[in-house]
Structures are given as structure tokens and as C-alpha cells.
Write a protein that binds this ligand. Sequence first.
Ligand code: ATP
Ligand code: MG
Length: 322
Amino acid sequence: MSAPAAAPALELRGIAKTYMLREGGTLRRRHRPLQAVRPTDLVLERNGILGLVGESGSGKTTTGMMALRLVNPSGGRILLEGDDITDLGVTALKPYRRRMQVVFQDSYSALDPMFTLQQIVAEPLVIHGIGDARSRAARALEWLERVGLHRSYGSRYPHELSGGQRQRVAIARALILEPAVLVADEPTSALDVSVKAQIINLLQDLQADMDLSILFISHDLSVVRSLCDRVAVMFNGRIVEEAEAETIFTGARHPYTRALLDAIPVLDPRRRRTRIFRDRDAIEAEGLTLAAGALSEPAEPSDEPALVAVAPRHRVEAVVTP
Ligand SMILES: Nc1ncnc2c1ncn2[C@@H]1O[C@H](COP(=O)(O)OP(=O)(O)OP(=O)(O)O)[C@@H](O)[C@H]1O
Ligand SMILES: [Mg+2]
């Protein structure tokens, strides 16, 4: 894992995913391709927190899962700290698995109900054969404290915890191996506002302490604004705009990004979704046109609209404005 010092924590080059959907009954079964992620470039800088936003179904989770090699891409390359891990098999991948971890929205299903919290947090050490039983137990307790839970929680079970406490345990378990990259997929979406803020603060502190880079997937734009230093906006399987967080929130150039930002006060995801679609019509009514391929169904990779740099470190899908 000797990467050049300048290599980003994570780099996705032309990453793409097409799912084959089975349709019809047993007799007339057909397969329809669904382009969940179209060829996409994405860079997570070292010690950076990159927000990945976009409406439901835009391909955020698929992108995150491909970065972690939990979903195999249909095309493109994945580089972890400069090393190409795209084609590595289970054995070759194992040392890299230590370097990338994930926290999901619903950590309850990821926490084995039969295990104590100490066992749950120590498990990655067991899987990777690190330390002995005693040192693992000690480290697990340290990590419980580090995420804000008293050591006495070590002998408790997941069902005894609140949602916020469970996310703390999930974070401890993800970080005990001291990974380079954390993919956090909607980690605060199921939490109350005050608890959400605590978890965000915790992630912020740990990121600064640990040389950690975070890919933060979220619907929650206010959280993204407070946490992330860069933001990529995903729409229909593509990244349509990417820039520093403040640039996205104050100087967005892509009509879809603006539509998404307009939807900030709408809390119900279903309503938010309708709102975005309505705004998209509004965009067109204003005479703005989304780039070719952004709205239409599967384009060939070669037809993909290019991202153009409109300012340093600010890329936008080519948009035609009459
Ligand atoms: N295993 C799968 N098989 C088939 N289609 C899938 C699979 N996983 C995701 N999809 C489809 O791929 C598209 C992108 O899904 P994905 O879960 O990546 O979106 P998302 O942006 O994370 O959405 P959300 O905000 O709802 O979590 C969707 O159309 C989804 O239905
Ligand atoms: Mg998702």
C-alpha cells in the first residue's frame, strides 16, 4: 500500500454501474438494463469530507458501495490511496478492506443483537487478526469512550440503546481499524435534530483527529453544508456539479443543483421529490435547458455531457443557457 504522497484518499475514474432488471413472468422473462451510475469521476481528497447529494434513486449509495468494492462496477477504476483496487480478489483486497469502512443509516441491522457492544466494536480486530482477546477488549472500551459512551456500555446489548447511541457504536466499530476512508451513507437520517447535531460533531472531531477522509452521502443539505468541505451533486446517475461546499450553496451553476437547494425547507422526502420534479419543469419553462443526456434515458457513454471547470475546483455539467 505504498501510495504516492499526493494520491487522493479515494478516486473514482469513469465509474459506472448498470443493473440488469428482470422483467416479466417465468415464460417471457426479459432483462432491462438500468444505468444506476453513468461514467463518473469523483475525488475524495485526503482529510477531506466530500458530500454526495441528490434525490432518491440518483445513484449515491451505488457509488459509495462501488468505492468500497461492495458492489462491482460495470466499468471504470477505483483507486484507494493511489492503489487500483478495481480487480482485486477477496484475498488481495483484504488489507485494503481495513483502509475503508462504512456507516449506514440503519445501524441496528448491522449490530448483532446477541453480541455485547464491546464484542461488536472489537469484531473488526478479530476479523483482521489484530491483537489478543485482552487488547481487543481494551481497545473496544477505549473506542466506546471515544464516541461518547461510558465504558460500562461495553457489557450492554444493541437493543438497550437509543438510535443516536447505536450510531455511535457503528462509528466506533467502523473506525477501530483506523481506516483512511469512511463512507457514511445517510448516517443521521433516522435521528432527531439534536441527536443528529451531536453525531455530526462527533464525526467532525474524529475526522480531524484521525487523518480520516469521509464520503458523506446525504439528503440533508443543511447537514452537508455544516460538515462537508466539498460537495458533489448527483442526478440521474451522474454528477452534474461539484465544488467547495460554500460555492455549491451560494453560487451553484447547474439548474438541478439550484432546484435541489430550493427544496431545503421541505422535510418530507416524498414531497421534496415532487418539488424537485416540479422545479425541473420550472427550469425548462424559464428557457433553461439541461444538458443532453441529463434527462433522457440511457445515453451511450460517449454521449455523456462533459463536466467543465467554470472556476478553479468548480466543475459543472455543460449546460446550455439560451
Ligand atoms: N441491487 C440493485 N438492483 C437493481 N437496481 C438497483 C439496485 N440497487 C439500486 N438499484 C437502482 O439503482 C438506482 C440508484 O439507486 P441508489 O440506491 O444508488 O440511489 P440513492 O441515490 O442512494 O437513493 P436514496 O437516496 O433513495 O438512498 C435506483 O434506480 C435503484 O432502484
Ligand atoms: Mg441511498
